[in-house]
Write a protein of this length. Structure first.
Length: 352
């Protein structure tokens, strides 16, 4: 009898111990159950503040017209930098390669400080994204888009580091009388080609520096001598970072999307953004070489190129960029729980 009672006691104790539930270690951790967590507002505000601050500092406008404020031109260039940052890279590369010297008497004393702070902010955001990838934490689509923008912006800062951020004191050149003239009207094809010529090549045939009171937004001082190595370098830099910008968007190829339609739309637009800059850059080289060899050629070729070879890919690129920007925000409505887990920085501190 004592033996049976002892056996029953042991069995009852075993059932009591084994009946305790154990939480699965594979269960995803949400922001409510983890101290190292972040909220949706933190993700959204961090990306927006980073993009705005870095864009504000990275954009270096030329001298605006008398009837246009510096703020209006800066905001316009910021919009271009958000939609097509590779154009800003090409613009900065042309001015960097063409600059023979820089004025030492720069009146803007806060340039290096503001650029340095913005550069550190951008590098910190890139480090956060790399740490999340290393710790197998998912990045949101907004963070991927911001990361692509930051990589391009860092190189823009390097190229424009010595260019004054804001021209605060004008230099008057006496002896030149400004004679206003009526602006000629051009066809849509010519207008499209002029915009692409100015943004991608930096040339502007109607601009005369000695009689103008402003500098076009994307103009850089060079002439036909730029058909050599420096022009090829600037175009190569623009193509390289334009493709890099699209490839970084492709990094979100297999990340979580709320719907299959959004996933395939993101994939298609990422490929468009990565491939169109290559086509437009090769086209820019071909058009520039033709203008150098045949400066007095008929303008019919220019119209055909402007309507078909330039207008359609450029329109597709802009639409794809706008879709990627929209998807970056719409996908925030349904994020996986792991997206709210913050980086564990203590893992990178050496322990004794």
């Amino acid at each position: 009898m004592l033996l049976f009672l002892s056996l029953g006691y042991l069995l009852a104790g075993h059932r009591a111990v084994s009946g305790l539930p154990l939480a699965s270690r594979e269960e995803p951790v949400s922001c409510d159950s983890n101290v190292n967590s972040r909220s949706l507002l933190t993700i959204l505000s961090g990306c927006l503040v980073t993009v705005f601050a870095c864009t504000w500092v990275s954009v270096h406008p030329n001298v605006p017209p008398p009837n246009q404020s510096k703020l209006a031109r800066r905001l316009g260039l910021m919009l271009v930098a958000v939609i097509a940052p590779e154009l800003m890279v090409g613009f900065a590369a042309r001015q960097f390669l063409d600059a023979r010297w820089f004025a030492k008497e720069d009146k803007s004393k806060g340039d290096s400080i503001s650029k340095g702070v913005a550069l550190l902010q951008g590098l910190w955001f890139i480090a956060q994204c790399l740490a999340r990838v290393h710790q197998r934490l998912p990045l949101t689509q907004l963070e991927v888009a911001t990361l692509a923008f930051q990589v391009v912006s860092v190189f823009i800062w390097v190229l424009w580091w010595y260019k004054p951020l804001d021209v605060e004191q004008s230099i008057r050149i006496p002896g030149i009388e400004f004679v206003p003239s009526e602006k000629p009207k051009y066809s849509i094809a010519h207008s499209l080609l002029s915009v692409y010529e100015l943004t991608c090549l930096g040339t502007y045939s109607e601009f005369e520096p000695l009689t103008s009171t402003f500098v076009p937004a994307f103009w850089s001082t060079h002439g036909l001598h730029w058909v050599g190595a420096r022009f090829a370098k600037s175009v190569a830099i623009q193509f390289l970072f334009g493709t890099t910008f699209g490839v970084i968007h492709c990094a979100a190829w297999n990340t979580y999307f709320p719907s299959a339609a959004e996933k395939w739309l993101w994939r298609f637009c990422s490929l468009v953004v990565a491939s169109v800059p290559l086509f437009l850059t090769l086209l820019a080289l071909a058009v520039h070489n033709r203008w150098v060899k045949y400066p007095n050629a008929t303008r019919m070729v220019e119209k055909v190129i402007g309507e078909s070879a330039i207008g359609i890919p450029l329109l597709v690129y802009v639409v794809a960029r706008l879709i990627l920007i929209a998807l970056s925000f719409t996908t925030l409505r349904a994020l996986p729980p792991a997206a709210f887990v913050d980086v564990n920085w203590t893992a990178y501190i050496p322990h004794l």
